[in-house]
Write a protein that binds this ligand. Structure first.
Ligand code: HEC
Length: 250
Protein backbone atom coordinates (compact mmCIF):
# COMPACT_ATOMS: atom_id res chain seq x y z
CA UNK A 1 0.00 0.00 0.00
CA UNK A 2 1.17 3.49 -0.76
CA UNK A 3 2.33 4.80 2.63
CA UNK A 4 1.59 8.37 1.64
CA UNK A 5 -2.11 7.63 1.60
CA UNK A 6 -2.17 7.08 5.30
CA UNK A 7 0.27 9.90 6.25
CA UNK A 8 -1.85 13.07 6.52
CA UNK A 9 1.23 15.28 6.31
CA UNK A 10 2.21 13.75 3.01
CA UNK A 11 -1.38 13.84 1.80
CA UNK A 12 -1.41 17.62 2.21
CA UNK A 13 1.91 18.25 0.39
CA UNK A 14 0.33 20.59 -2.12
CA UNK A 15 -1.26 22.51 0.70
CA UNK A 16 2.08 22.96 2.53
CA UNK A 17 3.74 24.10 -0.70
CA UNK A 18 0.98 26.66 -1.11
CA UNK A 19 1.38 27.99 2.44
CA UNK A 20 5.16 28.13 2.04
CA UNK A 21 5.03 30.06 -1.21
CA UNK A 22 2.54 32.48 0.31
CA UNK A 23 4.82 33.09 3.32
CA UNK A 24 7.85 33.68 1.09
CA UNK A 25 5.98 36.33 -0.88
CA UNK A 26 4.63 37.86 2.33
CA UNK A 27 8.18 38.05 3.67
CA UNK A 28 9.46 39.64 0.44
CA UNK A 29 6.63 42.18 0.56
CA UNK A 30 7.43 43.00 4.19
CA UNK A 31 11.11 43.56 3.34
CA UNK A 32 10.23 45.81 0.40
CA UNK A 33 7.76 47.76 2.58
CA UNK A 34 10.23 48.21 5.45
CA UNK A 35 12.99 49.55 3.23
CA UNK A 36 10.79 51.81 1.11
CA UNK A 37 8.82 53.35 3.97
CA UNK A 38 9.00 57.15 3.55
CA UNK A 39 9.03 59.57 6.49
CA UNK A 40 5.51 60.83 7.12
CA UNK A 41 5.95 64.55 6.30
CA UNK A 42 3.12 66.99 5.89
CA UNK A 43 3.45 70.61 4.77
CA UNK A 44 2.89 71.69 8.36
CA UNK A 45 5.74 69.50 9.58
CA UNK A 46 8.05 70.89 6.92
CA UNK A 47 7.09 74.46 7.80
CA UNK A 48 7.40 73.89 11.53
CA UNK A 49 10.86 72.32 11.36
CA UNK A 50 12.86 75.55 10.94
CA UNK A 51 10.75 77.16 13.68
CA UNK A 52 11.60 74.41 16.14
CA UNK A 53 15.26 74.69 15.17
CA UNK A 54 15.20 78.46 15.70
CA UNK A 55 13.42 78.09 19.02
CA UNK A 56 15.99 75.54 20.16
CA UNK A 57 18.80 77.93 19.18
CA UNK A 58 17.17 80.86 21.01
CA UNK A 59 16.51 78.80 24.11
CA UNK A 60 20.12 77.63 24.12
CA UNK A 61 21.43 81.18 23.62
CA UNK A 62 19.25 82.54 26.40
CA UNK A 63 20.29 79.79 28.75
CA UNK A 64 23.92 80.49 27.97
CA UNK A 65 23.64 84.25 28.54
CA UNK A 66 21.44 85.59 31.32
CA UNK A 67 20.47 83.54 34.29
CA UNK A 68 17.10 83.93 35.97
CA UNK A 69 18.83 85.35 39.09
CA UNK A 70 20.55 88.04 37.01
CA UNK A 71 17.26 89.02 35.41
CA UNK A 72 15.58 89.28 38.81
CA UNK A 73 18.41 91.41 40.15
CA UNK A 74 18.19 93.69 37.09
CA UNK A 75 14.44 94.19 37.55
CA UNK A 76 15.06 95.88 40.91
CA UNK A 77 17.69 98.25 39.48
CA UNK A 78 15.72 99.15 36.36
CA UNK A 79 12.50 99.68 38.34
CA UNK A 80 14.31 102.10 40.67
CA UNK A 81 15.63 104.06 37.68
CA UNK A 82 12.18 104.21 36.09
CA UNK A 83 10.52 105.29 39.37
CA UNK A 84 12.98 108.13 39.94
CA UNK A 85 13.33 109.41 36.35
CA UNK A 86 11.22 112.30 35.12
CA UNK A 87 9.30 111.90 31.86
CA UNK A 88 10.37 114.23 29.07
CA UNK A 89 7.57 116.55 27.99
CA UNK A 90 6.79 115.81 24.36
CA UNK A 91 3.91 117.64 22.80
CA UNK A 92 3.13 116.25 19.38
CA UNK A 93 1.17 118.55 17.05
CA UNK A 94 -1.89 116.30 17.28
CA UNK A 95 -1.72 116.45 21.07
CA UNK A 96 -1.77 120.25 21.36
CA UNK A 97 -4.96 121.21 23.14
CA UNK A 98 -6.81 124.05 21.39
CA UNK A 99 -6.54 127.23 23.45
CA UNK A 100 -3.58 125.90 25.46
CA UNK A 101 -0.43 128.06 25.85
CA UNK A 102 1.32 125.97 23.17
CA UNK A 103 -1.61 126.47 20.80
CA UNK A 104 -1.55 130.25 21.43
CA UNK A 105 2.23 130.33 20.87
CA UNK A 106 1.90 128.34 17.63
CA UNK A 107 -0.89 130.63 16.39
CA UNK A 108 1.37 133.65 16.98
CA UNK A 109 4.30 132.00 15.15
CA UNK A 110 5.69 134.06 12.28
CA UNK A 111 3.89 133.60 8.98
CA UNK A 112 5.55 131.26 6.51
CA UNK A 113 6.96 132.53 3.25
CA UNK A 114 4.47 131.12 0.79
CA UNK A 115 5.72 133.31 -2.07
CA UNK A 116 8.95 131.31 -2.29
CA UNK A 117 7.00 128.03 -2.51
CA UNK A 118 4.55 129.44 -5.05
CA UNK A 119 7.20 130.89 -7.39
CA UNK A 120 6.22 129.86 -10.93
CA UNK A 121 7.99 126.74 -12.18
CA UNK A 122 8.85 125.72 -15.71
CA UNK A 123 6.36 123.31 -17.26
CA UNK A 124 7.90 119.87 -16.74
CA UNK A 125 6.50 116.40 -17.46
CA UNK A 126 5.17 114.65 -14.35
CA UNK A 127 7.09 111.59 -13.13
CA UNK A 128 4.75 108.54 -13.38
CA UNK A 129 6.39 107.07 -10.25
CA UNK A 130 5.31 110.14 -8.27
CA UNK A 131 1.77 109.74 -9.58
CA UNK A 132 1.78 106.07 -8.50
CA UNK A 133 2.94 106.99 -5.00
CA UNK A 134 0.34 109.74 -4.83
CA UNK A 135 -2.41 107.42 -6.00
CA UNK A 136 -1.65 105.05 -3.12
CA UNK A 137 -1.74 107.90 -0.58
CA UNK A 138 -4.93 109.27 -2.12
CA UNK A 139 -6.91 106.34 -0.63
CA UNK A 140 -6.80 108.44 2.54
CA UNK A 141 -8.31 111.54 0.93
CA UNK A 142 -10.79 109.40 -1.03
CA UNK A 143 -12.49 108.38 2.21
CA UNK A 144 -13.90 111.91 2.46
CA UNK A 145 -13.40 113.49 -0.97
CA UNK A 146 -14.57 110.47 -3.02
CA UNK A 147 -12.69 107.96 -5.22
CA UNK A 148 -12.68 110.44 -8.10
CA UNK A 149 -12.41 113.60 -6.02
CA UNK A 150 -16.08 114.22 -6.73
CA UNK A 151 -16.79 115.33 -3.16
CA UNK A 152 -19.68 114.14 -1.04
CA UNK A 153 -21.73 114.73 2.06
CA UNK A 154 -18.64 115.18 4.24
CA UNK A 155 -16.14 117.02 2.01
CA UNK A 156 -16.11 119.36 -0.99
CA UNK A 157 -14.90 118.15 -4.42
CA UNK A 158 -11.24 118.16 -5.44
CA UNK A 159 -12.13 117.65 -9.11
CA UNK A 160 -12.24 121.02 -10.83
CA UNK A 161 -11.46 122.89 -7.58
CA UNK A 162 -9.49 126.12 -8.10
CA UNK A 163 -7.83 125.52 -4.72
CA UNK A 164 -6.41 122.25 -6.04
CA UNK A 165 -5.14 123.72 -9.33
CA UNK A 166 -3.99 126.98 -7.71
CA UNK A 167 -0.97 127.90 -5.56
CA UNK A 168 0.89 124.87 -4.22
CA UNK A 169 1.33 126.42 -0.76
CA UNK A 170 -2.46 126.33 -0.17
CA UNK A 171 -2.60 122.57 -0.69
CA UNK A 172 0.47 121.91 1.43
CA UNK A 173 -0.79 124.11 4.26
CA UNK A 174 -4.28 122.52 4.15
CA UNK A 175 -2.72 119.07 4.45
CA UNK A 176 -0.29 120.11 7.20
CA UNK A 177 -2.79 122.11 9.30
CA UNK A 178 -6.24 120.93 8.23
CA UNK A 179 -8.96 123.39 7.25
CA UNK A 180 -11.84 124.99 9.15
CA UNK A 181 -14.65 127.36 8.35
CA UNK A 182 -16.47 128.50 5.24
CA UNK A 183 -14.74 127.91 1.91
CA UNK A 184 -16.05 128.41 -1.61
CA UNK A 185 -15.26 125.59 -4.06
CA UNK A 186 -16.32 126.00 -7.71
CA UNK A 187 -18.81 128.71 -6.76
CA UNK A 188 -20.42 126.68 -3.98
CA UNK A 189 -20.09 127.51 -0.27
CA UNK A 190 -18.97 124.72 2.09
CA UNK A 191 -18.56 124.81 5.85
CA UNK A 192 -18.27 121.28 7.09
CA UNK A 193 -18.65 120.74 10.85
CA UNK A 194 -15.19 120.10 12.31
CA UNK A 195 -13.59 120.88 8.95
CA UNK A 196 -10.68 118.81 7.69
CA UNK A 197 -8.17 117.37 10.16
CA UNK A 198 -4.44 117.79 9.50
CA UNK A 199 -2.75 114.86 7.73
CA UNK A 200 0.78 116.01 8.52
CA UNK A 201 2.04 112.58 9.58
CA UNK A 202 2.67 111.69 5.93
CA UNK A 203 6.25 112.12 4.73
CA UNK A 204 7.31 114.99 2.46
CA UNK A 205 7.47 112.51 -0.45
CA UNK A 206 4.00 111.16 0.27
CA UNK A 207 2.45 114.63 0.58
CA UNK A 208 4.19 115.82 -2.59
CA UNK A 209 2.99 112.64 -4.33
CA UNK A 210 -0.64 112.85 -3.25
CA UNK A 211 -0.89 116.57 -4.05
CA UNK A 212 0.76 116.04 -7.45
CA UNK A 213 -1.76 113.24 -8.03
CA UNK A 214 -4.84 115.35 -7.18
CA UNK A 215 -3.48 118.25 -9.26
CA UNK A 216 -3.26 115.91 -12.26
CA UNK A 217 -6.31 113.66 -11.91
CA UNK A 218 -10.09 113.93 -12.28
CA UNK A 219 -9.62 116.43 -15.11
CA UNK A 220 -7.24 118.67 -13.12
CA UNK A 221 -3.97 119.80 -14.72
CA UNK A 222 -1.26 121.66 -12.80
CA UNK A 223 2.44 121.58 -11.95
CA UNK A 224 3.92 118.86 -9.73
CA UNK A 225 4.45 119.45 -6.02
CA UNK A 226 8.04 118.85 -4.88
CA UNK A 227 9.00 117.31 -1.51
CA UNK A 228 11.25 120.37 -0.92
CA UNK A 229 8.18 122.61 -1.14
CA UNK A 230 6.48 120.52 1.56
CA UNK A 231 9.63 120.60 3.69
CA UNK A 232 9.77 124.41 3.37
CA UNK A 233 6.33 124.67 5.02
CA UNK A 234 6.79 122.04 7.74
CA UNK A 235 6.83 124.78 10.39
CA UNK A 236 3.09 125.07 9.80
CA UNK A 237 2.54 121.72 11.53
CA UNK A 238 0.91 122.17 14.92
CA UNK A 239 -0.73 125.51 14.12
CA UNK A 240 -4.54 125.58 14.36
CA UNK A 241 -6.61 124.49 11.36
CA UNK A 242 -6.15 127.04 8.61
CA UNK A 243 -9.09 129.12 7.35
CA UNK A 244 -9.88 130.18 3.78
CA UNK A 245 -8.96 133.89 4.35
CA UNK A 246 -5.44 132.80 5.39
CA UNK A 247 -4.91 131.01 2.07
CA UNK A 248 -3.58 132.67 -1.08
CA UNK A 249 -6.48 133.45 -3.45
CA UNK A 250 -6.26 131.01 -6.36
C1 HEC B 1 -11.80 113.23 7.26
C2 HEC B 1 -12.23 113.75 5.98
C3 HEC B 1 -11.19 114.33 5.06
C4 HEC B 1 -10.03 113.74 4.60
C5 HEC B 1 -9.50 112.36 4.93
C6 HEC B 1 -9.43 114.70 3.71
N1 HEC B 1 -10.19 115.83 3.63
FE1 HEC B 1 -9.81 117.46 2.52
N2 HEC B 1 -11.44 118.38 3.25
C7 HEC B 1 -12.34 117.82 4.15
C8 HEC B 1 -13.34 118.81 4.51
C9 HEC B 1 -14.48 118.57 5.48
C10 HEC B 1 -13.03 119.97 3.80
C11 HEC B 1 -13.78 121.31 3.86
C12 HEC B 1 -13.42 122.00 5.18
C13 HEC B 1 -14.27 123.23 5.44
O1 HEC B 1 -15.48 123.11 5.35
O2 HEC B 1 -13.69 124.27 5.75
C14 HEC B 1 -11.84 119.67 3.01
C15 HEC B 1 -11.24 120.55 2.13
C16 HEC B 1 -10.15 120.27 1.33
C17 HEC B 1 -9.59 121.16 0.34
C18 HEC B 1 -10.06 122.56 0.00
C19 HEC B 1 -11.40 122.57 -0.67
C20 HEC B 1 -11.45 121.86 -2.00
O3 HEC B 1 -12.29 120.95 -2.13
O4 HEC B 1 -10.66 122.16 -2.90
C21 HEC B 1 -8.55 120.51 -0.23
C22 HEC B 1 -7.64 121.01 -1.33
C23 HEC B 1 -8.45 119.20 0.42
N3 HEC B 1 -9.43 119.10 1.34
C24 HEC B 1 -7.49 118.26 0.10
C25 HEC B 1 -7.37 117.03 0.75
C26 HEC B 1 -6.34 116.07 0.46
C27 HEC B 1 -5.24 116.23 -0.58
C28 HEC B 1 -6.54 115.01 1.28
C29 HEC B 1 -5.70 113.74 1.42
C30 HEC B 1 -4.32 113.92 1.68
C31 HEC B 1 -7.71 115.31 2.08
N4 HEC B 1 -8.20 116.52 1.73
C32 HEC B 1 -8.25 114.45 3.03
C33 HEC B 1 -12.29 116.54 4.64
C34 HEC B 1 -11.28 115.65 4.44
Amino acid sequence: MDPSRDNPILRFTAFWWGIGTFLIFALLLAVVWVFNRSEPTTLEDAAAKPRYETKAKIDAAQLANISAENIEAAVVTVSKQLATSKPIAVEKPEQIVPGSPTAVKMAAAPAVNTAAVDAPVADAPIDPAVIELGKASFMLCAACHGQNGEGGPIAPPLAGSDWVKGPVSNLIRIQLRGLLGPISVSGKEYNMPGGMAPLSYQTDDQIAGVLTYVRNSFGNKASAVKPEQVAALRSEVGKPQITAPELTKP
